[in-house]
Every structure is written in C-alpha cells, then in structure tokens.
Design a protein around this ligand. Structure first.
Ligand code: PLP
Length: 439
C-alpha cells in the first residue's frame, strides 16, 4: 500500500508515539498495538464510551476491537464504573480472602458447564500456564498437544506456532524460549484428526493434555469441522489425557457458558479471561473438582498470585456478567451479528468478491481469500496487502478494526443498528476501494 493511502495519526498521537518509543520497546506494551502488520503508526486513545473510541487528536471512531474482547457491554459501562468505584472505597487490594471472590467463583461454576472449582489469576496467560501445570501435575505426564494458530498467551511452552501477535512477527516461535521448554509441546494443524491420532499413537502414554481454543480466534476466526470437539473429547478420554479448552476469548462471549455450552462438550479444564474481568486485568482457570484439588494448599501443584481475586477486578467482572444476563445481552449480540453478517455478505455479493466471512455471535472475521478457511495454513493464504488497504481505509473513515488480519472483530451490546449500518457503508466503500471497483 502506498504511503498516501495509509492512515496518518494526528500530531498529538505522533508526539506520544515518539516519546513512547524512547522508553517502551516499540512504543507499546503489547506488540499488535504497534500496527506492524498493516504498516503505519497507531493512534493514542483519550477515552472510550459505548461502541465509540476517541483519540487524543479528537477523532471519533466506531470500535470493533473492544479492548481485544473484554468490552462486551461496550466501553465504560455505568454498572462496571459504579461497581469498581464502590469496591475501591472499601480498599483496592487485600491479599486476604474477600467476599467478591466467592461470588465470582459461584457464578463461574453456575455458568460454565465444566467448571466445579475455579481459581482466579491476573491474565489469560496465567490461566493457560496454570491449567497446563495442573494437567501435568494431575496426570503425572509431560506432553501437551496444541494446534497451529491457537494462541494461549505468551506462556513459554505454548509459544509454538501461536496465533495473534506472534504471527505478525513472521516468526511464530519466540526468541528467548529454550528448545527444551517446548520439547514437551506437540503441534498439529487444527481440524486434522489424523495428525492428532498420530501424536497419540506415538506419545499417548505421556500425554498430559490437549489444549485448544475451541473456536480459534487469534488467527482470524476458525471454526471446528463437525465432530472435531467430540473426537478430541473421545481420544483424550481414551488415553487418560485431559482436554483443556482455552476460552479466554470465547468464554462469556459466545454464550454465558462459552463454546462448551454451545457445543455440549465438557472439557476437563477451562482457561478464562477477557470478558470475565470487565476490562480489569483478570484470568481464571477451573474444571473438575478432583483435578483442581491438586492445587496448593490442598495438593502439590504450586500456583499463587499477590493480586489474584483482587476486589476491584472481581467487582468489575461480576457487574459486567450480571448486566449481560439482566439485559439479555447474548441474544442482542446475535441480532447485531446477523445484521453485520447479512450486510457484509450482500456487499461481497454486489461487488463480486467471494471473500470468506466467519461469524459466531458477536465475533467475526473477514478473510481476504475466496478459499475455505479451516486451519492456519488457509488463514495464511489471505491477501495481507488487501487487508492492510481495507484496514487503513476504514480507520480513516471512522471505523476501527483490529490492526491485523489475524484478529477477530468484536461487537458489543453498546453497538446498535445505526452504528452497524454506518459501519457497513464504510466496509462497502473500503472494499470497493481495495478491489478498485468504481472508486
Ligand atoms: C488473549 C488470549 C490469551 C492471553 O490472555 P492475556 O490476558 O492477554 O494474557 C490466551 N488465550 C486466548 C485464547 C486469548 O484470546
């Protein structure tokens, strides 16, 4: 894409980015924010409310990143602000049990079908890291099977063929992770039953668990083939390995109980994050009581956290989840998702571009390929230059999609028919511009 087509941040954003780059590696605290995969420089945010986000130069945009998933009610919902404010008056952290933790644990066990006991942590990364430690401690085995394109946070042993920001680096594996750390991690393509069978045939008696994003949402949005989850449930049970759903993205997002509720599969362990924290730094992992009871102080698998179960984070998460229930949020998100999907499909039809579009509830991804997308290899066939053009055009015209072709988009309950209608107009002209149809 040529320079004049790219979004140019306003002067205040540019100034902040220059200062940031002096003191923060790459100017950002998480790599995708640097816009590397689409080119150009990021804007800095002043504030966000509902489905909109304002940058420090005064530009307003409709946001489909939603702080990468957590903002399911939209930005700065009153209920969450009130809950955090009230909690803060009582003290911002104790490091001693507080009542919010119990209420949160009860809610998670009530909503998420597989979870009988749960422990709170501070990020999704901690949740998956701890879940695989529990799986290894419980089974007394070493190997973990993961899938190409699934992202489980920046856990050393899971940064192999990982999605999200790790893909944008062009080097899926991270420097600084010794080969020995990933020696116990097996990687196979998503939706590839034969590869899973082969891994179990060779390593079945040392397989501690299989971890997956049940709907992989960090390499676009990939959907499982019919029966794939059932197959994984069956083979893990047959070999005595644990099935671990990483629902950090999908949990409390695609349904109250995550993908496991939608597909009726009961994993042994589940990692959670994002929506559960209401925008504060939270993760959680839980599952079968007998498995979770291997954790200290009951068992000999160590796991801890100074700020885990933090009262502000628990209050924010509880307020958000209860509000979703109160307003019938999941049904509303499906309505808005249908509007977006119908609109996008009719635009694609009209301009004669047969791009692949995936959606589940409020999560969606437009792949810049006309081929079906079932795994990471298919995702990588997408036209990244066309995506970058689409991204920059949208950004310049008031719609913020994630600055990477490997991320899903998120609708919130604060989006409405008008915002989605406006978005579709921008999407139409963006696509026409990218594919040079009449603009
Ligand atoms: C975001 C994400 C993580 C990591 O969570 P952090 O809070 O960023 O550490 C792990 N797994 C999945 C599926 C995610 O989407």
């Amino acid at each position: 894409m040529s320079k004049q087509e790219a979004f140019i941040p306003g002067p205040r954003s540019a100034e902040l980015f220059t200062a940031a780059k002096n003191r923060i590696p790459g100017g950002v605290n998480s790599p995708v924010r640097a816009f590397r995969s689409v080119g150009g420089d990021p804007f800095f945010v002043d504030r966000a409310k509902g489905c909109r986000i304002w940058d420090v130069d005064g530009n307003e945009r409709i946001d489909y990143v939603g702080t990468w998933g957590p903002a399911i009610l939209g930005h700065a919902p009153e209920v969450v602000i009130d809950a955090v404010t009230e909690a803060a008056k009582q003290g911002v952290s104790f490091g001693i049990p507080n009542p919010y933790e119990v209420e949160m644990a009860e809610l998670v066990c009530d909503w998420v079908p597989s979870v009988e006991k749960v422990r709170m942590v501070n990020s999704g990364t901690e949740a998956t890291m701890s879940a695989i430690r529990v799986a290894r401690g419980f089974t007394g085995r070493n190997k973990i099977l993961k899938f190409e394109g699934c992202y489980h946070g920046h856990v050393d042993s899971l940064l192999v063929a990982a999605g999200s920001g790790a893909l944008n680096q062009g080097t899926p594996n991270s420097a600084g992770v010794p080969a020995g750390f990933v020696a116990e991690t097996l990687v196979v393509p998503f939706n590839d039953r034969e590869a899973v069978e082969a891994a179990f045939a060779e390593h079945g008696d040392d397989m501690a668990g299989v971890i997956l994003e049940p709907y992989p949402a960090n390499a676009g949005l990939i959907l499982p083939d019919d029966g794939f989850h059932e197959f994984l449930r069956e083979i893990t049970t047959r070999y005595g390995a644990l099935l671990i759903f990483d629902e950090v993205m999908t949990g409390f997002r695609v349904a109250k109980g995550g993908v496991q509720e939608l597909v009726g599969i009961i994993p042994d362990l589940t990692a959670m994050g994002k929506v559960i924290g209401g925008g504060l730094p939270v993760g959680a992992f839980g599952g079968r009581a007998d498995i979770m009871d291997v954790l200290a102080p009951l068992g000999d698998v160590y796991q801890a956290g100074t700020l885990s179960g933090n009262p502000l984070a628990m209050a924010a998460g509880l307020a958000q989840l209860k509000e979703m229930e109160r307003i019938g949020g999941y049904a509303r998100l499906e309505q808005l998702g249908v509007q977006l999907e119908t609109g996008v499909r009719s635009i694609l039809n009209e301009i004669g571009e047969d791009l692949t579009f995936h959606r589940v509830g409020s999560m969606f991804c437009l792949f810049f390929t006309d081929q079906p997308v079932r795994n990471l290899q298919d995702v990588m066939r997408g036209n990244s230059e066309a995506f970058a053009g689409f991204f920059h055009y949208s950004l310049k015209n008031g719609v913020y999609f994630a600055p990477s072709a490997f991320e899903a988009g998120f609708i919130s309950c604060a989006h409405d028919e008008v915002a989605i209608g406006n978005t579709l107009e921008v999407v139409e002209s963006a696509l026409k511009s990218v594919f040079r149809h009449g603009i």
